[in-house]
Design a protein. Structure first.
Length: 267
C-alpha cells in the first residue's frame, strides 16, 4: 500500500544508523516517507540524520535532519520546535533510542546503570513532554516507542539494566495510551526480538567467540529460523501509525518471529 500516511508529519528520534546498513530507526523513517509522511530525522550525530534524510529526499520524499541529544530536555525541545516551525504539526512521534550494557547489578557500574535509565526510558519522558502539547492542540497524534522482547522475556544476555528499562518503556507506553485516549492520542510500542541491525555487531557480538557464531546462534534461537530485519520493525510501525490501527492503543507488540511464544530461550 502507499500513501497511508499522506499529509502527516513524523518525527523519528534515533533516525540514524550506528553503522552501514539499516538500523530500526533509519528504516522506520524511510518507511514513513514511502507511505507519504514528511519526516524529521533526529539523531545525536548530524551526519547520521543527514544520511537518512538524504535517502528520503532521493526517493522524492520530504525530510529534514536535526541533531539532538535525547538525554537533554532542552535539546529535545529545541528539535521539536524546529520540526513544528518547518512542518506546522507533528502527527507521529517515534522513539528509537536505546543502549545495552552487559552485566548484572554486581558487574554494572553506577554510571552504566544511570546511562541505561537516561538513554532507554528517559527519552520516552522527554520527547512526550515536548511533543504531546502539540498533539493536544491539533486534536491528536500517534506515539510509537521501540521497546524490546527483553522487556518481557529473558533472551539469554546478561544485561540487567536493559531488561529493566525496556520493561519500563512498555508500561510508560501503556500509561500514555490510557491518559490521553480521550484526547485523540494513541500510544503503542513495538518489542523487536532478534533483529539483524548494525547495532548488534557493536553491542552484542562480544558475547560470542565470533560474529559468525553470533549470527548462527541468533538465527537458531528464532522459531522461524532467522533473525528479523529493520524493515520488519518499520512495517509494524507504519501500520500502528496509520489509520488502519485507529482502534489500537496501549499495545506492546512483539515483532520476533514467534520467539515470545517459545518455552526455551537461547543461551
Amino acid at each position: 500500500m502507499v500513501d497511508r500516511l499522506k499529509g502527516k508529519t513524523a518525527i523519528v528520534f534515533g533516525a540514524g544508523s550506528s553503522g552501514p546498513g539499516w538500523g530500526n530507526g533509519k528504516a522506520a523513517a524511510v518507511a514513513y516517507a514511502r507511505e507519504g509522511a514528511q519526516v524529521a530525522c533526529i539523531d545525536l550525530v548530524q551526519a547520521a540524520a543527514d544520511e537518512t534524510a538524504s535517502i528520503i529526499e532521493g526517493e522524492g520524499g520530504v525530510a529534514i535532519a536535526v541533531a539532538a541529544d535525547v538525554t537533554d530536555a532542552a535539546s529535545v525541545a529545541g528539535a521539536v520546535s524546529q520540526v513544528v516551525s518547518r512542518f506546522g504539526r507533528i502527527d507521529i512521534l517515534h522513539n528509537n533510542v536505546g543502549v545495552t550494557h552487559m552485566g548484572g547489578p554486581v558487574e554494572l557500574s553506577e554510571e552504566q546503570f544511570k546511562a541505561a535509565l537516561d538513554l532507554n526510558i528517559g527519552p520516552i519522558y522527554r520527547t512526550a513532554k515536548a511533543v504531546i502539547p502539540h498533539m493536544l492542540e491539533q486534536g491528536g497524534g500517534v506515539i510509537i516507542n521501540i521497546s524490546s522482547l527483553a522487556a518481557i522475556r529473558w533472551v539469554g544476555y546478561p544485561y540487567f539494566a536493559y531488561y529493566a528499562t525496556k520493561a519500563a518503556v512498555n508500561q510508560a507506553t501503556v500509561a500514555l495510551a490510557m491518559q490521553y485516549a480521550r484526547q485523540g492520542i494513541r500510544a503503542n510500542c513495538i518489542m523487536p526480538g532478534l533483529i539483524d541491525t548494525p547495532l548488534i555487531y557493536k553491542q552484542i557480538s562480544g558475547q560470542y567467540a565470533s560474529v559468525d557464531e553470533m549470527v548462527a546462534a541468533r538465527n537458531a534461537a528464532v522459531p522461524v529460523g532467522r533473525m528479523g530485519s529493520a524493515w520488519d520493525v518499520a512495517h509494524a510501525a507504519v501500520f500502528l501509525a496509520s489509520d488502519e490501527a485507529q482502534f489500537i492503543t496501549g499495545v506492546c507488540l512483539p515483532v520476533d518471529g514467534g520467539q515470545s511464544c517459545a518455552v526455551s530461550a537461547f543461551q
